[in-house]
Design a protein around this ligand. Structure first.
Ligand code: PLP
Length: 360
């Protein structure tokens, strides 16, 4: 067996300990004689798995009691519709568009009401986060929406926008559990788990209780109402049981690693290794403004398409995989999520140095 350093933006690297534990429990989960994939979601064993996962997430994020944790399917993309369907009581929302995922959410929401783009960084190919300290928030906006870490462009909100009292909804898919958060500042904080937490197809949403109501847009399907999940402990229908099981293991791994403070420290250290190199490199350069740099997704270019392609191919041959930038951006992108070990980033920078020497 040989594992590579996997810099994929998602689905992405998971902690090796977690994969080994899952492997050990594959045929016989703790004396049940079956795998978690084979057991009823109504069984005692699975009940304990989902309860423990929620409890550990609550501890890690210090989730206040007036917030619900929902495990949903359909990926983060289904939330682009679910959020307006559940929150647009006045038919109006404000969106800050800082990348493709925010843009997709903005476009989807337009199906359900009046949607204002109150800020955007599209003018400079999403390479920065706009000043959000005094935006023209609509008086009757039901919520203000952001994508907190821009997976494709590699920017991150370092301070949350001033929503002038309106509910903040945040997509944290690619920075979930990467650092401590103050949940009380959000109405909804949600993400697809395949970037930093677990297997694709599962979304975790932390929602303030008063936002979960029966007052949803007419025609909202049962399976798209937050209340359906909240009232049934995310088990109105069969949930993504195996996904929840793996997420639970990742939560315990983070607890063992020292929680979100420790994750932040580790992530800052990893990102610094890469950014410090980029800042002095004569061949490679980062593509976003320094103060808005993501700790998780690091895009960079040589400025020469052929050289970029050569780099990606040679890196792959050296066991450094999935460094090709997003198809819409080109260049390279290293995603260095929680589970990427420091030595993976060291190896990458070592390789970049060598490549630079050979190609300047
Ligand atoms: C990957 C990603 C999505 C889409 O997730 P799906 O689960 O594929 O729908 C949405 N938002 C952000 C920030 C992402 O990184």
């Amino acid at each position: 067996m040989s594992r590579v350093y996997n810099f994929s933006a998602g689905p992405a690297v998971l902690p090796e300990e977690v994969l080994k534990e899952a492997q050990a429990e594959m045929l016989d989960y703790r004396g049940t004689g079956m795998s978690v994939m084979e057991m009823s979601h109504r069984s005692k064993a699975f009940d304990e798995i989902i309860d423990q996962a929620e409890a550990d997430l609550r501890t890690l994020m210090q989730i206040p009691d007036n917030y619900k944790v929902l495990f949903m399917q359909g990926g983060a993309s289904l939330q682009f519709a679910m959020i307006p369907m559940n929150l647009m009581k006045h038919g109006k929302a404000d969106y800050i568009v800082t990348g493709q995922w925010a843009k997709k959410a903005y476009q989807e929401a337009q199906k359900y009401g009046t949607v204002n783009k109150i800020a955007s960084s599209e003018d400079k190919t999403f390479s920065y986060i706009p000043d959000c300290s005094d935006l023209p928030i609509s008086e009757d906006a039901d919520y203000v929406y952001i994508c907190e870490n821009n997976t494709i462009y590699g920017t991150k909100f370092k301070t949350l926008p001033n929503t002038k009292g309106k509910i903040l909804v945040s997509d944290v898919s690619s920075c979930f559990l990467s650092e401590p958060v103050d949940v009380s500042k959000y109405g909804i904080i949600y993400g697809g788990v395949q970037k930093n937490i677990g297997p694709a197809g599962l979304v975790i949403s932390v929602i303030r209780e008063d936002l979960i109501t029966e007052d949803v847009l007419p025609g909202t399907p049962t399976m798209m109402q937050f209340k359906t999940y909240a009232d049934n402990r995310s088990m109105y229908n069969t949930p993504n049981c195996y996904g929840i099981y793996i997420c639970g293991k990742v939560f315990q791994w983070i607890v063992k690693m020292g929680g979100l403070e420790a994750m932040k420290e580790r992530n800052e250290k990893k990102a610094a290794i890469l950014y410090d190199f980029l800042d002095q490199s004569r061949l490679f350069k980062g593509t976003v403004v320094k103060e808005d740099r993501s700790l998780m997704n690091v895009p960079f270019v040589t400025g020469d398409k052929d050289l970029d392609a050569k780099f990606v191919a040679q890196a792959k041959a050296a066991g450094l995989e999935n460094l090709k930038g997003h198809r819409t951006v080109g260049g390279m992108r290293a995603s260095i999520y929680n589970a990427m070990p420091i030595e993976g980033v060291d190896k990458l920078v070592e390789f970049m140095k060598k490549f630079e020497e050979e190609n300047l």
